[in-house]
Design a protein around this ligand. Structure first.
Ligand SMILES: NC(=O)c1ncn([C@@H]2O[C@H](COP(=O)(O)O)[C@@H](O)[C@H]2O)c1NC=O
Length: 631
């Protein structure tokens, strides 16, 4: 299983690809023109040299395919006063001088640098480095050749140009088994670079740092020379070993040692090349997303980009997927929009068996639901549906009430709290007997909470070896949700409406009491987290019954009322979507069952039937105008 992956989303139109193709073609004709006028001239070694060669190119409008190229050539002519240095003729190569191979090290993250450098030196490599890396190596006592000594051109533009030079890229890209390539290197005195170790400017870390970073700071952290070297080395992986991650240093060195500095294992080389391209792709996705967000967050416009790449990083491989015959893994999103949003992905597991695929889904459902409540709340989830929810001053009471909603379903469930689990609550979780028979201790798969007291954690750990204990940060709102369908992905804003954003409008003759409105809001918040068709019956901040996932609303309602039983008398009933029919259907069934208030979005052509029905039975009805389908 890959340890890192990106999901590329392509726009239907290929306009940018066409634009790119056009620009490549125009630059090729540009080069061939110059070669035409100087057929024997070697390609210039760096930018100012190319300006120099153009200055001596007799330019006429006909020579250039486009006006634009003509303009560029004129500008180049005008730049002929730029000081020049010699174009890549024969020069002493450090490899020729030392007879050793070159390893180029250019590292922002200098972790384990001495270890790496020592190993490379022992394997017979001459170390070549950019300024900061060379400085650090020199202070550690290593002999090192600076890149600018190789290129005979100083780093410039505050480090924007350090390694972007044919001496570097020629040394990396030449095919060692092609005489013409090796002759080219030799004729220009360029040494082959066989190992490239690069890690990039910390762009992601900079733009996501607490307090953020200015636009200019972000721009300066976009690495240009590093990705160019990584890509070049990965392309020429048959001859060049490329490493982007300090955790690969030991394998690199072991490989070099075992093959007398050759690193001959092609599988290993391909793996490094894969990792290199994956690394650069993930890096570039962050940069692209950041540019998009600069415009769109500022303007408050929530338009989706026409194409999208999300870097994913493996958190763990899972024993299996939804079923034992399905292989599975859990990936963390490195989207900038997900930074600091908390949630199950970043939860810390304090104890228990390894999380399974289904555990993640259920824990996510429980945590998202409980995070919505302001009062101390307990949510119990089975198969991603909350089957017990209760809030209250006393979290112990809330827990007991949540189990009571459906003790049979709660057994083996996922229990989430939005407050600390202390010793008393932990004891209750450990000892609580099933209300079904009053004897069996309740068994749970997972406990999720924002915090545990030390004693609380200790007690819970004693409940069972298997019990997974998760500490999670509150789920953020406003992020997107992604779902896969055959051949594509659906993306939407997460459903972040809470009762605070919603107008609960009375549409019936019967006006609900403040307590009934409170019950309706509680039921509404619960029903938002239940799979459609979803019905919740609740009273006094307790779920009494729920019906979920039925292909018709009447059935969900019947299940919810049946679970609520007599306790449902005078309760609130919430429906995630409107009632298409009222008489002899869901609304009348609810009224006859004795609920005191029904809350629904409204919007059916038969809304008036639903209102008339409530009026007939003296039941209050609230419209929210907001639907909470959950598919
Ligand atoms: N511009 C260049 O030619 C260039 N070449 C290498 N770098 C980066 O410079 C960093 C190392 O710099 P130093 O060794 O000076 O600390 C690396 O992260 C490397 O990816 C460059 N910097 C940015 O693009």
């Amino acid at each position: 299983m890959a340890s890192e992956a990106t999901i590329p989303f392509r726009p239907a139109a290929a306009s940018s690809a066409i634009a790119a193709a056009i620009s490549v073609r125009s630059s090729l004709s540009w080069l061939s023109c110059r070669r035409h006028h100087h057929p024997s001239a070697p390609l210039p070694a760096f930018a100012s040299a190319s300006l120099h060669s153009l200055a001596h190119c007799r330019v006429s409008r006909q020579d250039f395919a486009t006006k634009n190229q003509f303009g560029m050539a004129l500008a180049a002519s005008a730049a002929s006063s730029v000081p020049q240095i010699s174009l890549g003729g024969p020069r002493p190569s450090p490899t020729e001088a030392t007879g050793s191979k070159l390893a180029l090290l250019s590292l922002s993250n200098k972790q384990d640098l001495k270890y790496l450098a020592g190993g490379l030196r022992d394997a017979g490599f001459t170390l070549v480095s950019t300024g900061g890396t060379a400085g650090e190596l020199q202070s550690a006592g290593f002999e090192v050749t600076k890149v600018e000594e190789l290129t005979t051109f100083p780093e410039m533009l505050d480090g924007r140009v350090k390694t972007l030079h044919p001496v570097v890229h020629g040394g990396i890209l030449a095919k060692r088994d092609l005489d013409s390539h090796m002759d080219s290197l030799k004729s220009r005195g360029i040494g082959a670079i066989d190992v490239v170790v690069v890690n990039l400017y910390p762009f992601f870390e900079t733009v996501t740092a607490p307090g953020g970073a200015s636009f200019d700071t972000g721009v300066e952290k976009i690495d240009i020379g590093g990705p160019a070297m990584i890509r070049a080395a990965a392309k020429n992986h048959q001859h060049v070993l490329v490493v982007v991650d300090p955790s690969d240093y030991p394998t690199l060195l072991a490989n070099l040692q075992s093959s007398n500095g050759q690193g001959n294992d092609l599988m290993f080389r391909r793996k490094l090349a894969w990792k290199a391209f994956q690394h650069v792709a993930a890096y570039d996705s962050a940069v692209a997303e950041w540019f998009w967000l600069q415009n769109h967050l500022e303007s408050g416009d929530s338009e989706f980009p026409p194409s999208l790449t999300i870097p994913l990083e493996i958190k763990s491989s899972l024993r299996y997927g939804e079923n034992p015959h399905q292989k599975a893994a859990f990936f963390l999103s490195n989207s900038l929009l997900e930074v600091g949003t908390g949630g199950i992905a970043t939860a810390v597991q304090h104890h228990g068996k390894e999380m399974s695929y289904n555990n993640y889904l259920d824990a996510d459902a429980a945590w998202n639901c409980v995070s919505e409540f302001k009062n101390s709340t307990c949510v119990i989830v089975k198969h991603t549906n909350p089957c017990g929810v209760a809030s209250g001053e006393d979290v112990l009471e809330a827990y007991r009430a949540a189990v009571q909603a459906d003790p049979v379903s709660a057994f083996g469930g996922i229990v989430a709290f939005n407050v600390e689990v202390d010793e008393i609550l932990a004891n209750e979780l450990r000892e609580f007997r099933s209300p079904s028979d009053g004897e069996t201790r309740m068994f749970y798969e997972i406990i999720v909470a924002p915090k545990y007291s030390e004693k609380g954690l200790q007690v819970l750990k004693g409940k069972s070896k298997a019990l997974r204990i998760l500490e999670a940060k509150k789920s953020g709102i406003g992020k997107h949700s992604f779902r896969q369908v055959g051949g594509g992905w659906l993306v939407q804003d997460s459903d972040d409406f809470t009762p605070d954003n919603i107008d609960f409008r009375v549409v019936s003759e019967q006006v609900p009491t403040p307590e009934q409105v409170d019950d309706a809001k509680f039921a509404w918040l619960c029903v938002k987290h239940v799979k459609s068709n979803a019905i919740v019956v609740a009273k006094n901040h307790r779920m009494l019954g729920m019906g979920s996932g039925q292909p018709n609303r009447v059935k969900s309602l019947e299940i919810a009322l049946e679970k609520a039983g007599v306790a449902g008398q005078g309760a609130a009933l919430a429906s995630d979507a409107f009632f298409p029919f009222a008489w002899n259907d869901a609304v009348e069934t609810a009224c006859k069952a004795g609920v005191s208030v029904i809350v629904q979005p409204g919007g059916s052509v038969r809304d008036q039937d639903a209102i008339d029905c409530c009026n007939k039975y003296g039941v209050a009805m609230l419209f929210t105008s907001i639907r909470h389908f959950r598919h």
